[in-house]
Design a protein around this ligand. Structure first.
Ligand code: HEM
Ligand SMILES: *[C@@H]1O[C@H](CO)[C@@H](O)[C@H](O)[C@H]1NC(C)=O
Ligand SMILES: *[C@@H]1O[C@H](CO)[C@@H](O)[C@H](O)[C@H]1NC(C)=O
Length: 473
């Protein structure tokens, strides 16, 4: 009993000190209003439990209604300013590298590798970012990447029978596409065994809280080493081929022959891993969720089918999609935008203040974390009418929104704008084209969305597929 008292005494004393300390800092600094929750844990548990349900919105909604569109909370071990205001989000994104910098926990940096684009800063980041942008810009997609996207999507779909776990297939497709684009590999045993290792690495990203105690995390680090070894071998081989004048047309070649000095093998490997990581979960999830939303919105699915059957009707059997076909899918582009808006694969971005930040009448001290929530803006009724309903037709008029400023940022913006934004759109469009013209399907089971640790469906979205015979494909 005495022992219990002793513990209680110390816990309440330290909580008290914590609160006093915090409130005095608060007064001095004019922080945005908010609630820092429990000592140390803050509001992390509320955040996580909200995001594990199908409707995480109340976490932010409640705080916005009490405190406004800029509020303070305490999550993942640090006080954090949440912004659900599009102007503030824009300010945060545009001032990357000047007032803010991106910030990842150490456990994630280890998995990414120290030369990862995601972790780079300053002028090196600028150079690598623009190289990556040029690797996946629209003329490169049109002239080089599209033909393989079309072929590899079709190859994967050809193997479908009866029951398909859509999320699994989408991941396979995405990995195969990325391997082709980065280093000209066609799918085979080698890519599949690399993918198995790679899956273990990915698992490591979602064990953030206490990595030292986690076997998943240790396994991820080991798998990361294996992936890096396999890739270094390729890089070395390709470097000697390239020096002998044997050039391929892919991202690896661009890195090997970069005119301003070139990169070391290790830098190139980290870079390849970064691209694999950034494009994998995101693109495969958006493919799965587009199908889920369409399945639940039969009118939209019917209109999408009509659009793609129209394209098929103009082509000979088995003929590949051309850039001009991609450019004549107006309704598909509405579906793509609406899926990105509702799904919010990247729900927002964390940044750290590099200096004291004055914004909207508040002063936020250097070193504090910010979270620019895209999700909250995308699902705000002030910016999108009936914001929480999947309605692709909204994009047919006035760019989907009722708001004059840019409120739609699924790919971020500023110096860290997603270099894969066009590629992801093209891959999703081609996938939808072949899916709706080759198959009809019904969900095999009810499957729910969850948002933590990533946005996904609980059961990998199982569907029963029937091949359509009446359409040329
Ligand atoms: C639907 C699919 C995708 C979504 C929603 C998405 C979203 C995003 C967002 C929001 C960012 C900004 C992160 C930040 O500001 O901190 C980002 C960065 C990035 N994305 Fe994507 N992305 C997608 C697909 C891809 C693909 C296919 C690639 C591969 C080329 C890719 C490569 C990257 C890279 C390398 C970065 C880091 C850029 C930097 O830090 O400079 N993404 N992505
Ligand atoms: C795309 O990048 C290539 C270099 O990779 C460049 O030559 C071309 O001008 C770029 N095109 C566009 C539309 O930016
Ligand atoms: C989809 O969103 C992008 C911005 O990311 C915009 O430029 C484009 O016009 C939108 N497409 C449609 C069909 O509204």
């Amino acid at each position: 009993m005495a022992f219990l008292f002793y513990i209680l005494f110390w816990v309440s004393l330290s909580a008290l000190i914590f609160i006093i300390h915090r409130t005095s800092r608060y007064r001095r600094l004019r922080l945005p209003p908010g609630n820092l929750g429990l000592p140390f844990l803050g509001e992390t548990l509320q955040l996580i439990s909200a995001y594990k349900t199908e409707n995480p919105e109340p976490f932010i909604d409640e705080r916005v209604s009490r405190f406004g569109s800029l509020f303070t909370t305490h999550v993942f071990g640090e006080p954090t300013v949440f912004s659900v205001d599009p102007e503030t989000n824009r300010f945060i994104l545009q001032n990357e590298g000047k007032l803010f910098e991106s910030s990842y926990p150490g456990s994630i940096s280890n998995l990414l590798g120290k030369h990862s684009l995601l972790l780079m800063r300053g002028s090196l980041h600028k150079r690598m970012h623009s190289l990556t942008m040029s690797f996946a810009n629209s003329s490169i997609i049109r002239d080089h990447l599209l033909v393989d996207i079309d072929r590899l999507v079709r190859l994967n779909l050809d193997s479908w029978t009866d029951l398909v776990f859509l999320m699994e297939e989408a991941k396979k497709i995405t990995f195969e596409l990325t391997m082709k684009q980065l280093m000209s590999f066609d799918p085979g045993e080698w890519t599949e065994s690399l993918r198995k290792q790679y899956l273990l690495v990915i698992e490591g990203f979602f064990t953030v809280p206490l990595p030292i105690f986690s076997t998943t995390y240790r396994r991820a680090i080991q798998a990361r080493t294996k992936v890096a070894e396999a890739l270094s071998l390729i890089v070395r081989q390709r470097r000697s081929e390239s020096e002998a004048g044997e050039r391929k047309n892919d991202m690896l070649e661009a890195l090997l022959s970069a005119d301003d000095g070139g990169f070391s093998d290790e830098e190139i490997v980290d870079f390849l891993v970064a691209l694999l990581v950034a494009g994998y979960e995101t693109t495969s999830t958006i493919m799965t969720l587009a199908v889920k939303f369409l399945t639940e919105t039969p009118l939209a699915l019917a209109q999408l089918k009509e659009e793609h059957e129209g394209i098929r009707a103009r082509k000979s059997e088995g003929e590949a999609l051309k850039w001009s076909d991609y450019k004549s899918m107006p309704f598909t582009q509405c579906v793509v935008n609406e899926t990105l808006r509702v799904a919010n694969i990247i729900s927002g971005v964390f940044r750290r203040a590099m200096t004291d930040i004055n914004i909207k009448g508040y002063t936020i001290p250097k070193g504090w974390k910010f979270f620019a929530s895209f999700r909250a803006v995308h699902l705000d009724h002030n910016h999108f009418k009936d914001a929480r309903t999947f309605n692709p037709w909204r994009w047919q008029s006035n760019s989907g929104t009722t708001s004059p400023v840019n409120v739609f940022t699924p790919f971020g913006g500023g110096p860290r704008l997603c270099p894969g934004y066009e590629l992801a759109r093209v891959e999703l469009s081609v996938f939808l084209h072949h899916l709706v013209t080759s198959f009809s399907w019904t969900p095999a089971e009810e499957d729910k969305l969850v948002f933590f640790p990533t946005t996904r469906t609980q059961k990998r979205y199982p569907i029963n597929v029937q091949r359509r015979s009446n359409v040329k494909s």
